[in-house]
Design a protein around this ligand. Structure first.
Ligand code: DCP
Ligand code: MG
Ligand code: MN
Length: 346
């Protein structure tokens, strides 16, 4: 997603953070995940810092900040500028890749290809590129999808989904996750997690599919992007599967924008681990997984396992699943004090 999250008002290092955030975003766009993550880590460290950083010694004292990054932070403090960033931003390919990255359904490989094929504008894509059905929708609603959603609108969207779900299958458990659950003022999309008690696999197919149908009937869902609730109905055998639906929705008011919505249906025993995962942030999830690894455990959206034996990155023994009825229980297994969603940006 091209948009960045809401800036923390009043952070004493906001100017530095802003520039680092832009660097991280551009590295992601040019497919340099490693550098992008290094910048994100530095941003999180700075966010936690309650005083303005003024000296080189203070920068060097920050955890996770390596030499080259420390030099860049020092440059921002001294000159209020970052030469590398300006150079980055003025690069023809980077600004075009950034523009193309805003097309939902286009990854870094695709945007790179489009650039190599000589496309430079959204109009070029519209008229000359070979687009998947998802990318066509991403392009059509380019401005809508890149406009962040006010919290109040997410609440109204959530209400419609909850009311409709309750008509179709009473007793569904539903929680809006992602940035909304982390109490952000605006959200990039809407992430809704659902489960039903004692769900067996076949129940998923008779719950999610009718809900999607009903939401289409009332004109709320306008387009499908990815619908794994349909495909999974035809594939048999696999157990404990999460069903995902990625689509587009819109409130009935005139002038309301098309919004990206994810509906995720999970088995009841995976609820807490899924809730934790889909609440994020992605950075927080990475550090939780890293911590689990250090404790010979493994954490995913499906569950928490202990007694995991690894050789390098490979798992020699996948361990045993722990019972995780709540998010709190996951924190407990990892010997961590509980952190509410709004404290999970890092
Ligand atoms: N997630 C993750 N790693 C990813 C993508 C997602 O761990 N690469 C998890 C954490 C996210 C959650 O899924 O918080 C939802 O994904 P979103 O992309 O919707 O991210 P957010 O809801 O956090 O932010 P936004 O407001 O941009 O939607
Ligand atoms: Mg989201
Ligand atoms: Mn999402």
């Amino acid at each position: 997603e091209a948009s960045s999250s809401t800036p923390v008002v009043g952070n004493p290092n906001e100017k530095i953070i802003e520039k680092l955030r832009e660097m991280s975003r551009l590295y992601l766009i040019t497919n340099d995940k490693g550098r992008s993550i290094a910048y994100e880590k530095a941003i999180e460290v700075l966010k936690r810092c309650t005083h303005p950083i003024r000296t080189y010694e203070e920068i060097k004292a920050l955890p996770y900040v390596k030499q080259s990054l420390a030099d860049k932070i020092w440059e921002i403090i001294r000159t209020n500028d970052l030469v590398k960033l300006s150079a980055f931003q003025s690069r023809n390919d980077v600004s075009t890749l950034a523009l193309f990255a805003g097309v939902w359904g286009a990854g870094t490989e695709t945007t790179k290809q489009w650039f190599a094929q000589g496309f430079r504008t959204l109009d070029d894509l519209r008229t000359r590129a070979r687009l998947t059905r998802m990318q066509q929708i991403g392009l059509k609603y380019y401005d809508d999808f890149n406009t962040r959603i006010p919290r109040e609108e997410v609440t109204r969207i959530e209400t419609i989904v909850k009311e409709t779900a309750n008509e179709v299958t009473p007793g569904l458990k539903i929680e809006t996750c992602g940035s909304y659950r982390r109490l952000k003022a605006t959200c990039g999309d809407i992430d809704i997690l659902m489960t039903v008690k004692d769900s067996k696999r076949h129940v998923h197919d008779i719950v999610l599919a009718p809900l999607i149908d009903k939401l289409k009937q009332i004109g709320f869902l306008t387009h499908d992007l990815i619908n794994h609730s349909e495909t999974s109905a035809s594939t048999s055998g696999s157990t404990s599967e999460q069903l995902t639906y990625f689509g587009v929705c819109r409130l009935p008011d005139p002038g309301s924008l098309h919004r990206r919505i994810d509906l995720i249906f999970v088995p009841a025993n995976e609820w807490a681990c899924s809730l934790l995962y889909f609440t994020g942030s992605a950075t927080f999830n990475r550090s939780m997984r890293r911590l689990a690894r250090r404790l010979s455990m493994s954490l995913s959206q499906h569950g928490l396992y202990h007694g995991v034996v690894r050789k390098g990155v490979e798992k020699i023994n996948t361990g045993q699943a722990l019972v995780t009825p709540t998010e709190e229980s996951i924190f407990q297994y990892l010997n961590l004090p509980y952190r509410p969603p709004e404290d999970r940006d890092h």
